[in-house]
Design a protein around this ligand. Structure first.
Ligand SMILES: Nc1ncnc2c1ncn2[C@@H]1O[C@H](COP(=O)(O)OP(=O)(O)OP(=O)(O)O)[C@@H](O)[C@H]1O
Ligand SMILES: [Mg+2]
Length: 337
């Protein structure tokens, strides 16, 4: 047995300041997450400038907490990693600059990680036996992508959203319904009390064979429905609208994903990103996967949304392949998967 590889990982792409200590990539020694949700809730969404300021104020403290929780010192750390993009550039910069400063001061290697690779790698932490290749569905606040994961470091995008990400659609519709931010978990909860067949929202499948998605129309659909009902003097049943919206977007998502998995002969489907926490989606996919003999994997709630453990895991596999970064590593707002 060789020596254990210990990673210090930083995630700061949006509104979570997170620092993790990982052992051999897949074992979490610490995964500290400081969420700014309560601050941004006041504005109905993330305010980039405020996010950067809070990352800056808390990052060193979160690093110390993670080291303490993980029961390690800087001496034990083999390399440092951070999310390099995509995300809010001011927020990313704090994590990248911190990682570079520690790498330089402590003479450690540095590995920059693509945030979405991190979301996918969260599954390796949860499922110790999972290995590539597999088909991944990344569904988050900024992404809706079907990805063929070829190895621990090779990804091929098969399809993506042409407009809004699915999490964005959840958040926008929740706002229209007055449910607050972030909307995904709120819609997930209230939809359980509603009738998914109460309102028929259009299912947008795009051209035949396309693995792309479009979710921007459904917010307008919900708005038009609400306005129409109000004009008629009818009462709005929020739970019914939430359930009907959810059924429409999930029907498109699940149909496309299962069809492409079957066509490609994929035997493993891996979910990643915040929307992977959705209970109705998991219910629908579990049933369809069972029917089609596809093994379904998804991370636990804490590993679905932004966290540094997933970044440390993705970084570990890059590190093993010698894919390290120099101290000129930069934060990038838009970055190809
Ligand atoms: N139970 C749920 N059902 C539906 N959506 C959910 C649920 N829980 C969280 N979400 C959605 O997940 C999104 C947040 O996920 P995540 O943190 O992965 O996204 P992000 O980091 O903002 O975007 P990206 O990773 O693409 O940069 C939000 O849009 C939120 O509403
Ligand atoms: Mg994310």
């Amino acid at each position: 047995m060789g020596k254990d590889i210990i990673t210090l990982a930083i995630e700061s792409s949006c509104d979570e300041t997170s620092v993790a200590i990982m052992k051999n990539g897949r074992e979490v020694l610490a995964n500290e997450i400081l969420s700014q949700i309560d601050i941004h809730k006041l504005y109905g969404g993330v305010v980039p400038e405020i996010a950067s300021r809070h990352h800056l104020e808390s990052i060193n403290h979160v690093v110390e907490e993670a080291l303490k929780k993980g029961n390690v010192t800087f001496e034990d750390i083999d390399f440092i990693s951070a999310t390099k993009g995509p995300g809010l550039v001011g927020a990313l910069l704090i994590g990248v600059a911190t990682a570079k400063a520690y790498a330089l001061a402590m003479n450690k290697d540095l590995v920059g990680v693509h945030h979405i690779h991190g979301h996918i790698c969260a599954n390796y932490i949860e499922h110790k036996d999972l290995e590539p290749p597999f088909l991944a569905l990344v569904i988050s606040g900024g992404h809706t992508n079907l990805i063929s994961v070829k190895s621990y470091t090779e990804y091929e995008v098969l399809g993506g959203t042409r407009d809004d990400a699915i999490g964005e659609a959840y958040d926008k519709v929740a706002r229209v319904l007055g449910l607050g931010y972030p909307g995904g978990p709120k819609i997930d909860a209230i939809a359980k009390e509603g009738n998914p067949e109460a309102v028929h929202f259009k299912r947008v499948f795009l051209e035949k064979g396309s693995l792309d998605f479009s979710f921007s129309g459904i917010k307008t659909g919900v708005l038009n429905y609400i306005n129409g009902e109000r004009q008629k003097g009818n009462e709005i049943v929020v739970a019914d609208i939430a359930a009907s919206f959810q059924e429409a977007v999930l029907e498109v998502l699940v149909t496309k994903v299962i069809n492409s998995a079957v066509e490609l002969g994929e035997k493993k489907l891996v979910l990643a990103g915040g929307v992977a926490a959705n209970s109705r989606l998991k219910e629908l996919l579990e049933e369809k996967c069972k029917k089609n003999k596809i093994e379904l994997y998804y991370p636990s709630l804490k590993l679905c949304t932004d966290n540094a453990a997933m970044i440390g895991c993705a970084a570990y596999y890059k590190y093993l392949e010698g894919k390290k970064d120099a101290l000129d590593l930069d934060a990038t707002a838009i970055l190809e998967i």
